[in-house]
Design a protein around this ligand. Sequence first.
Ligand SMILES: Cc1cc2nc3c(=O)[nH]c(=O)nc-3n(C[C@H](O)[C@H](O)[C@H](O)COP(=O)(O)OP(=O)(O)OC[C@H]3O[C@@H](n4cnc5c(N)ncnc54)[C@H](O)[C@@H]3O)c2cc1C
Length: 487
Amino acid sequence: MNDVISRRQLLSGGAAAVASMALGQGCNIRERTSTTYDIAIIGSGFAGLPVAFKTTEAGLSTVVIEAGKKLSSTFDYRTSGSFNYPIAAARRIELGGTSARWGGVVGRMWPYNFTIRSTHGHSADWPIRYEDLDPYYCESEKFLCVRGAPYRPNAEPPRICDYPKSTKGKSVDLDLTVDGRKMEFFTKAVSSCGKGPLRLADGEIKRFSELPHGTLLEGLRATRLVTLDGKSISHITVRKSNGEESSITAKRFVVAAGVIESPRLLLMSQSHWFPYGFGNHGSSLGRYFCYHPHYAGLFRPEITSLSNTRGLRSHSLDTLAHAQSLNACNVQLDDAVLLKISKEPGLVAVRLSPDLTSSKDNLIFLNSGQRDAMGYAVPELHIEQTDVDRRTLAYAKRASDQIASKLGGDAIRWVGQGLHSHPSGTCRMSSDADSGVVDHNCRVFGMENLYVSGATVFPTAGATNPTNTIVALALRLGEHLTRQSTA
Ligand SMILES: Cc1cc2nc3c(=O)[nH]c(=O)nc-3n(C[C@H](O)[C@H](O)[C@H](O)COP(=O)(O)OP(=O)(O)OC[C@H]3O[C@@H](n4cnc5c(N)ncnc54)[C@H](O)[C@@H]3O)c2cc1C
């Protein structure tokens, strides 16, 4: 495939775009393609491609714009604060985005994750409910070829469909309680498409670009969303690695560039109508960044049924933690040898990945003192650990010790801290423009045709792996755009 223009575009109506880009070789000129797409999507990862499939399959001309590996070195960044979040390890700037690296563990948010503020008085509510996403979770799980063990009520969120593929899993009832609450465990579901988790660049992107209305433009970095009337986006500007600039016109735009680059693009696109970037009426743009730090410990249980355990997870701590105004936190038990944390047989690894506090002060902003290779202000990610974060971790560790002791083990030896890498927030979804960036349909407040897709819109992330929710929301957005475009 050509670096910039897919075979499909060469065949279908993309000639003007090709000509305008060829004109720009080696010099900085502004050219506008004569093609006006129905939908333009920035980013070819899990937040972008499912939207593209939905709209393209409905007959809407859809272009996916992807920076790709060649431009990855131009995406510089800085971090500050008490957590040094390693952005480079947590995302991929390449075709298919971070799907090239993800581990394939698939989870769903819980119904209670959507109403934390109204139930517990802290954090945030989603403007949609679990039931709104349930059908899209089913569709997402098909897309991700999910393999899961038989459903265990109370241990897993409710579901209106079975997993597309079944796995025997280990149905272990550990029959133990922590602080008066029974700990329900279930076996993690995984994406299993052929050899392993779905990697979008291995086939899905090609499948998209071969659809009659699908166009992939790889090797273009979106640098600005442009409005000419203060109400809608008319076009975006893009740059190639040689600096050449051109623009892409569409009726509707979706920013699906990840948790760092999506708010960055909205911030970079300042205009006299929006001096602080799009969707920033309530100063929420770039704020409420969250992720899942990861803590691991070891203990030796008395009961032998736990050896060979892989990915036994419980969310029962969530409710206990929320009731104390703490954050969500799951606890996971694995055979430490299978997980390669220890070589000693019989040891169980306990893993915790608490959610961070959804804090306005954990944010991405443009650091104009530092420029990237293309001359743009770099995004700086600033995270402070809050008192609630510290208390959540302390509580989760105490609860884990109770689990270990009830399984006949001694106190847990905590051995590691790392990155679970599930960034979220920064363009959060809300019921009003004062407290968020996008509405319940992922449309940027104040803009008629600008949408955001991805974990960046999550108001809260719970303690669940995010990709299933990212894809479910993207499929829902694709349907919404199709309805809007064909109404
Ligand atoms: C090591 C690791 C393991 C993980 N394991 C799991 C797991 O087991 N389960 C789970 O649920 N999640 C997991 N995740 C998280 C998961 O990978 C992400 O949530 C998901 O891939 C995010 O998809 P996305 O499309 O929102 O963002 P991305 O995949 O980051 O896609 C954004 C895309 O936009 C492109 N882009 C960005 N800016 C621009 C621009 N200006 N112009 C053009 N293109 C641009 C990027 O190149 C990229 O292709 C893991 C992540 C890591 C790093």
